[in-house]
Design a protein. Structure first.
Length: 399
């Protein structure tokens, strides 16, 4: 399916194929994922294996696996707008259950045929396995240029040394995508390596609990003299930063899109509650203290959706990458902050029930908080937008 719309097409101008895809994703989310939310919460995010396998099977039956990956690699080859429509639906579910839909980080598209055969195809066939992306270190978070993990040449390969923090899915992944500086004399060349977690010298040194309940952990992983072969490099020596920028654009737009799905769900549930709950002889919706926060959230959801869709359309029309990068930052910044406000307001509207872990607003309040931190904090997104104002100009940045 290819979008035939211009980046400025009105928001409701989706093709019939895109609307069918959105409906397919919606049915999958409502019939397969939502019924698992309470179990996932009760089990600290870890669903039984049989449920995970059913999610994988149903996702493949609904043709939702590997969205942006190429059909010849087992993906769907979606445009960014199509990916937006599906991701928005996935964002309506709590406990990160959508992580079980077979998919892999987009940097694997840069893999050699052997790397694609080995890591990507089996995941997209639903045979299990996950990818994890390890950049952050104890002393290098918002500024990844400060990483100290190194890769030194050895006979027939490389030796990696360093420690990575907060590696999402690092406890279950069958391949770790690791950013390291290739040491070349006085030069340090940022490079991505594919490392198998059972390689000698790879160890999980901490696996802490976090605010949200999630399908996988975010452990700290140490690499001590880890030997990998020559072909463990992905995308070429020294190309790590460029690959990472493309990765960040997609991940940030993904966070915005999930946040929009979360706002959609929160507004549905909180509005339904406000229309039925009676106190003082009237529906609470009739109190402006309840209806105005809903109106504010609906307004922010609409604005966020326009912005995120604009970014998706810019990607599809191959607009200037630097502007797209800044716009993706705006979308992540705006939606992640608005979605958390929306969850906070929804908790208030549910009253005491909003504080129960069985309540969707309570779960989203915990889960959405990290969206203002990972893939670059809100402050880093503001820096990127401010730089675009300076370098690209106001008009190019805001239109
Ligand atoms: C649950 C979870 C999962 C994660 N998953 C992954 C993963 O899979 N892979 C991975 O590589 N990383 C992952 N991360 C790491 C995440 O990307 C970093 O936590 C994030 O980039 C911030 O880095 P930091 O924690 O070191 O904070 P710091 O960089 O130390 O920042 C601390 C504070 O200072 C502010 N600050 C820093 N620099 C500036 C500046 N220049 N201007 C203004 N303010 C600034 C920040 O905004 C923040 O408020 C994950 C984190 C979490 C919590």
């Amino acid at each position: 399916m290819t979008a035939s719309l211009s980046p400025t097409a009105p928001i409701d101008e989706f093709t019939p194929e895109q609307l069918e895809l959105q409906q397919r994703a919606r049915t999958f989310v409502e019939e397969v994922l939502m019924p698992l939310e309470q179990d996932a919460e009760r089990l600290g995010g870890r669903l039984p294996q049989e449920d995970i396998e059913r999610v994988r099977r149903e996702a493949i039956a609904a043709r939702l696996q590997g969205g942006r990956h190429a059909p010849e690699h087992g993906g769907q080859g979606w445009s960014m707008v199509e990916w937006f429509l599906v991701n928005e639906q996935l964002g309506r579910v709590t406990n990160g259950i959508h992580w079980h839909v077979p998919n892999a980080y987009n940097v694997l598209t840069q893999g050699t045929p052997e790397q694609v055969d080995r890591y990507l195809r089996p995941i997209l066939r639903g045979e299990g396995g996950d990818t994890a992306y390890a950049v952050t270190e104890g002393e290098a978070g918002s500024d990844p240029s400060g990483i100290s993990t190194t890769a030194r040449r050895s006979e027939g390969g490389w030796v990696l040394d360093g420690e990575k923090w907060f590696v999402t899915s690092g406890d279950v992944a069958n391949v770790l995508i690791v950013m390291a500086n290739v040491v070349d004399g006085a030069d340090r060349l940022p490079t991505l390596f594919l490392v198998e977690p059972d390689a000698a010298g790879v160890s999980i040194v901490d696996d802490p609990a976090y605010t949200h309940n999630y399908p996988h952990g975010h452990p700290t992983i140490q690499f001590s003299g880890v030997e990998v072969a020559d072909d463990a490099v992905i995308g070429g020596v020294g190309n790590g930063d460029a690959l990472q920028r493309a990765w960040f654009t997609e991940e940030r737009l993904g966070i915005a899109t999930h946040g929009l799905g979360a706002m959609w769900r929160l507004l549905e549930e909180a509005t339904a509650w406000a229309l039925t709950r009676q106190q003082g002889g009237t529906r609470i919706m009739d109190y402006q203290g309840v209806s105005f926060p809903l109106a504010d959230s609906a307004t922010e959801a609409t604005v966020g959706r326009l912005l995120a869709l604009q970014v998706a359309r810019m990607v599809d029309s191959e607009a200037d990458l630097k502007i797209v990068h800044a716009k993706a930052s705006m979308a992540k910044l705006f939606v992640s902050e608005a979605a958390w406000r929306c969850a906070d307001r929804a908790v208030q509207i549910f009253g005491g029930r909003g504080y129960l872990r069985s309540n969707v607003a309570e779960r989203f309040l915990r889960e959405l908080r990290v969206d203002r931190i990972w893939e670059g904090t809100s402050e880093i997104q503001r820096l990127i937008v401010a730089r675009a104002l300076e370098r690209r100009g106001v008009e190019a940045t805001i239109h």
